[in-house]
Ligand binder design. Structure first.
Ligand code: BTN
Ligand code: 3PY
Ligand code: ZN
Length: 632
């Protein structure tokens, strides 16, 4: 019975031993499983080699001569204590107190989350991150934190990369024992695009805290603090660090744009302080904050609220470093930057340049510029492999003050436009996006509302509709679901409400809700849900998997099915993952710690009448033939 159960165990079926399984499984079963894993991975490589990867079809190819990205050996043999040890020793409040007491400007590295979300449509794979993690731990122990999880990376891992996001978190956590890990959590929207039942949000936070998130940056797309409370309380209960965020939009210097003025930000900061946040985040996802605003806003926040402040911005207009300097001058405690070669444009400010700009000043970051250059060079070699996902943006652009699109949406909306054949109309889309924002009463453009604005803008450009047409009671408009959801109040209550004209038109007289959406959602029966998926998939899943399922039922089940078929594809080099192999090419894949497969592609045979292509490999020196359907 034991063996039988074992064979049905999902971790066994998914051939993923690395952390959850190998420690607890008798060595007896290793051989069988390893062989099986090999076949699965070969099947994946054969399929991609024959049929190509749909995600990169028709996109620019990486240079053909690219070497595997390899991080250099860290310069420091030791791992010095970092901020993580303060959390472990003295708790979350101690980290906030320490932060506020520091003279140097603290730096968060966003390369593993926001930077590739904003530059490469979130497609960076775990293997490329984990390779560099020891360099961070050994050579940059002064970093405040590593933003490496959450936001769009959660579903993209399952959806497009065939990876378990929890496994990524676990691996990174382990490789950087002295650094605080940080995630972006969309409040009641979790890491999804819709409000989830309170008990799902709570369970998600508990899992994430357990698996390895130290700092939770929590935001609400409407800056409605009431809708952040469930997730904020869950973070506080977990003992981890709560960094509640205010999303920044508008322009506090513009007298004609008084909806989001200084008082608005100060009031919200006070609400978040009252809710118990350890750190206050100013989240400028569009990169709209100007230097003069930073001087006024951060000074006022420091004086009137007194919390340590973490500033997040994007370099879309090319102004991020100027604004960071002004923020630093005004006393901000920490800022987000991305490693040089994945910085700038829609990504974060250039980390090395911020460090240099502050050198020999009283806010000197103390970070080693030599180590930064080494790590940045590594990221450069990684980025080359993701040429297919580059947005084509060649320079910063002040157009962002027109559309106010968040950096994290920019590349994604561009890709969406491209897939609809609208790439040439990009500037029309940008203008329409701005008009939709106006029609919605000037909303905060951040997930998921940024997507809603984008959905309607794309629809209007496609159908040649103006805002006047959209609002005209005589015109029949079939609104995207996301717009209906927003106007119904299912995302939450907007500051100042939505304009009556658009609400009336979209809801056709139906009344929007005025309560917190979570109060209308039945608590999920997590036990029953778990049993349901297990039944459907024919395997048992664990609590992490269940959270993947609760946020993204279809994406998760699709992932699980592919995973059972293809095995631990996360261990393949990125080049192989997206492009398969060339004849005579040899690669290695470490499918378990210390257990490496050597794979050589011998030849791709002809496709027979059965529609199957034969692909000939050597696996650890032994010939293997794999048959895959030829779908070319
Ligand atoms: C891959 O990405 O291909 C390998 C990782 C799969 C991890 C499996 S999937 C279900 C379960 N959840 C985990 O954290 N590990 C396993
Ligand atoms: C996300 O929610 O993924 C964001 O990056 C928002 O800025
Ligand atoms: Zn961002």
């Amino acid at each position: 019975a034991f063996v039988e159960n074992l064979l049905k165990h999902p971790t066994f079926l998914s051939n993923e031993y690395t952390t959850k399984f190998i420690d607890t499984t008798p060595g007896l079963f290793e051989f069988e499983a390893r062989r099986d894993r090999g076949t699965k991975v070969l099947t994946y490589i054969a399929d991609i080699t024959v049929n190509g990867h749909p995600e990169v079809e028709g996109r620019p190819l990486p240079r053909p001569d690219l070497a595997l990205p390899r991080a250099p050996k860290p310069a420091n043999p030791e791992i010095a204590d970092g901020a993580k040890q303060i959390l472990e020793r003295d708790g979350a409040q101690a980290v906030a107190d320490w932060m506020a007491a520091q003279k140097q400007l603290l730096i968060t590295d966003t390369t593993m989350r926001d930077s590739h979300q904003s530059l490469l449509a979130t497609r960076m794979r775990s293997i490329d991150m984990i390779e560099a993690a020891p360099n961070y731990a050994h050579d940059l122990p002064q970093l405040f934190s590593m933003e490496c999880w959450g936001g769009a990376t959660f579903d993209v891992a399952y959806r497009f990369l065939g990876e378990c996001p929890w496994q990524r978190l676990r691996d990174l956590r382990k490789a950087m024992p002295n650094l605080l890990t940080q995630m972006l959590l969309r409040g009641s929207n979790g890491v999804g695009y819709t409000n989830y039942p309170d008990n799902v949000v709570k369970a998600f936070v508990e899992r994430a805290a357990d698996v390895g998130v130290d700092i939770f940056r929590v935001f609400d797309p409407l800056n409605w603090s009431e809708n952040m409370r469930v997730s904020m309380d869950a973070v506080l209960d977990s003992g981890k660090i709560l960094e509640a965020a205010i999303c920044y939009t508008g322009d506090i210097l513009d007298p004609n744009r008084s909806k989001y003025d200084l008082k608005y930000y100060l009031d919200m900061a006070k609400e978040l302080k009252a809710a118990g946040t350890h750190i206050l985040c100013l989240k400028d996802m569009g990169g709209l904050m100007k230097p003069a605003t930073a001087s006024i806003l951060f000074k006022a926040l420091k004086e009137e609220v007194g919390l340590p402040i973490h500033f997040h911005t994007h370099d879309t207009a090319g102004t991020a470093i100027a604004t960071i300097m002004a923020a630093s001058e005004a006393g901000v405690d920490a800022v987000d930057c991305a490693m040089d070669t994945l910085s700038g444009n829609t990504s974060q400010a250039t980390l090395g340049s911020v460090v240099e700009a502050l050198r020999h000043t009283d806010r000197d970051t103390g970070l080693d510029v030599g180590a930064i250059r080494q790590i940045s060079n590594y990221w450069e070699s990684v980025r080359d492999h993701y040429a297919a996902f580059e947005s084509g943006m060649q320079s910063p652009a002040s157009e962002v003050y027109l559309h106010e699109m968040p950096g994290g949406q920019f590349t994604n909306l561009k890709a969406q436009a491209r897939s609809m054949g609208l790439e040439d109309r990009w500037h029309d889309i940008a203008r329409t996006y701005a008009e939709v924002n106006h029609m919605f009463g000037d909303v905060i453009k951040v997930t998921p509302i940024a997507k809603t604005v984008g959905d309607l803008a794309l629809m209007m450009v496609t159908q040649g509709l103006t805002c006047e047409d959209v609002l005209n009671p005589e015109t029949e408009v079939s609104f995207p679901d996301s717009v209906i959801t927003l106007m119904k109040g299912y995302v939450g209550q907007a500051h100042g409400g939505f304009p009556e004209a658009i609400v009336k038109k979209v809801l056709k007289g139906e009344e929007p809700i005025t309560v917190r959406p979570g109060t209308l959602l039945e608590p999920a029966d997590l036990k029953a849900e778990k049993a349901g998926v297990e039944e459907k998939l024919g395997v048992s899943i664990d609590e992490e998997d269940l959270m993947g399922y609760m946020m993204y039922p279809k994406v998760f089940t699709d992932y699980m099915e592919r995973h059972v078929e293809y095995g631990p594809v996360r261990t393949l080099p990125t080049k192989t993952f997206f492009y398969g192999m060339e004849t005579n090419e040899e690669i290695t894949a470490e499918i378990d710690p210390g257990k490496t497969l050597e794979i050589r592609l011998v030849a791709v045979g002809e496709t027979r009448e059965d529609g199957q292509a034969r692909v000939f490999f050597e696996l650890n020196g032994q010939p293997r033939t794999i048959r895959v359907p030829d779908r070319r």
